[in-house]
Design a protein around this ligand. Sequence first.
Ligand SMILES: *Cc1c(COP(=O)(O)O)cnc(C)c1O
Length: 371
Amino acid sequence: MTTTTMPDTTFGTFFLPGPTEVRPEVLQAMTRPMIAHRGREFEAMFARIQEGLREVFGTARPVFVSSSSATGLMEAAVRGVPQGPILSVVNGAFSERFAQIVRQTDRELDVLDVEPGQVATPDEVAARLRARRYTAMTVVHSETSTGALHDVRAIRAVAAEAGVPCLVDSVTGVGGAELRFDDWSLDLALTGSQKALAMPPGLAFAVASEGYMANVTRASARGLYFDLAEFEEYVKKNQTPNTPATSLLYAAEVQLAHLRAETMPARWARHAAMAAQTHRWVDERAARFGIGILAPAGHRSPTVTAVTVPDGITGDDIVRAVKARGFTLGSGYGTVKTRTFRVGHMGDHTPDRLAACLDATEDALAELLGR
Ligand SMILES: *Cc1c(COP(=O)(O)O)cnc(C)c1O
């Protein structure tokens, strides 16, 4: 039998905004034999994973580990809120999903509608929170469909003033965009394994404040699989409520050691540098190709950029032409699907490989547009 490792020649070519490229040794960790999830060996591994995840979130709180994709913990976050109306900031496809979860868990939903690509200001949020008594609000930190970044620290601050818990989807934030759970006094933040953390898909992580958890048992219809009270009970024992995806935890442990070696501030700086590199690349070719950046300056995600395309071609045309040159980009997503493509400059990518990807994209655009 041969072991498959990704040859160096293809590593650094996969710029999808999730899942992202995973280091070969992280993939390899998943081939280790099974262990009992109620045994000492598991608990010791889970404790090491906890330590790594706390550093990633900047928290001394326990980090819930769910064997689901991130959407599972988005639903858990909503289910853990006592009955009453919820305000969702919607500025793209993933924030719309959060709102959809509110609707489908039989909650009353109000939407703060923001044009795709734009963000809500803390003042706009504060005004809405003054107008009605909400039990929670939802917001997406880095809106992966548009590349817009919310100032979740400032938004949480106005929510706290109104006494409303702020649930933060930071799926393409955590591990790429600065987020400090404890310093920013966040109420709840969640992420998935397969985005900026560069782990295989299938795990989701969340931190909830003491204040949020104090009200969870007042929430009716929390269900079973996504009941955060259960997660809290088990995390104390370094276990999960149900059988976890043990192989994915092996991978997470190895990748968390890489994250720790890099340090979070260095990781945020590397992502900021790759975002700036991408923005510069677009700006310098805006006139020649008629391309642009969807999100406004000052509100752009460090992990993903949605690039607008000129009339006559679609985002998919570009993705296909770049694929033929050996690199993978993301198609447009949601309401901006046809008029954008997305560069996922997140995870373990380097400015060098990003430059190679952008070169291929330039070549593709020149061919498609004949200029
Ligand atoms: C990818 C993503 C999700 C959904 O994550 P799944 O792991 O597919 O459930 C939610 N929100 C944002 C911002 C995302 O980027």
